[in-house]
Design a binder for this molecule. Sequence first.
Ligand code: NAD
Length: 369
Amino acid sequence: MAANRKILSLPGDGIGPEVMTQVGRVLEWFDKRRIASFDVSEGLVGGVSFDKYGTPLTDETMKRAQECDAVLLGAVGGPKWDNLPFAQKPERGLLRLRKDMELFANLRPALVFDALIGASTLKPEVVEGLDILIIRELTGGTYFGEPRGITTLPDGTRRGVNTQVYTTPEIIRVGRVAFELARKRNNKVCSVEKANVMESGVLWREEMQKLGDTEYKDVELSHMYADNCAMQLVRNPKQFDVIVTDNLFGDLLSDCAAMLTGSLGMLPSASLGAADSSGRRKALYEPVHGSAPDIAGKGAANPLACILSMAMMLRYSFDMKEEADLVETAVKNALATGVRTADIMQPGMKRISTVEMGNVVLAEIEKLS
Ligand code: NAD
């Protein structure tokens, strides 16, 4: 079987390599069962790259990331590298990947597994069966807009400035991702901004409506102010299917939605770039959590966020819906057997290690196939 799916695996620092090893085992399972073949190569990013090469990401690794079909990343960072100059910090490696690959759409699903309903701070009936997708614009808006900076005025007062700025192509390209993904889900997009007080929000709303009216009439489009969206996310999150919003509001709302599920160790993410002429998008998949230095090397990390990120890769980069469903169902079934890593431990459940959780997921995949 031809290995035509090129993956660059960047385990990174801390618990990154521990959780990525479990992902590797699932990919190997597909290979062994001759369901799909992957051409996986490894590289260094973050502190481990700095230790070896004096930079958190080498040009050579960057080039390999540009050439592969998908990048899988574990996590970067840790106290060992906290005092490095800004440009050499582990996080700069990740930011360079996102910037150079022009990954403008960040996808964060908030999915509540039945077995973990108790981990949410919200009432079970509010989150039961929750499955929403937040799409955050990742390369524009307030975090990048000019002018920016801190200046001292003639009277000695200091002034800090950031600029919220969006152009129509920036809005349309992330809007398209939202409409297209909604078509693969429940066909609903809620576009979020603050058009009541911000001109950039007025433009965002108008462009989204135009795009919906011209290209995606089959998808139900609604608009909501960001402050109301924050409230609705905790009041009645199941009203949403796909939410699309800018960089700043997306940063806040995706963290808010993430906590509906109750655990950092369960949250996957994907960042996508523009589609080329063959429809292929540059893509990076990573768990939302960091390198968790407090538990690194102890075999206590939850590998499920990383495994679920890999399932997103199967779905979005390789169009392998059935295989993605298989992995996600296996994770759900694994939790239903009552096993838990420390971060999601509940009374009466059995506490297991990172590798053991990998074993249980593989056993469930085997049962389902
Ligand atoms: P963190 O996500 O690493 O950890 C926060 C808490 O959650 C810790 O108590 C940790 O033990 C726990 N945790 C996180 N992931 C877990 C998992 N899979 N299983 C079990 N428990 C888990 O965030 P932090 O402590 O703020 O940051 C630690 C380092 O990670 C810092 O250097 C930070 O810069 C970096 N970081 C990297 C990324 C990334 O690589 N994308 C994201 C966030 C933080």
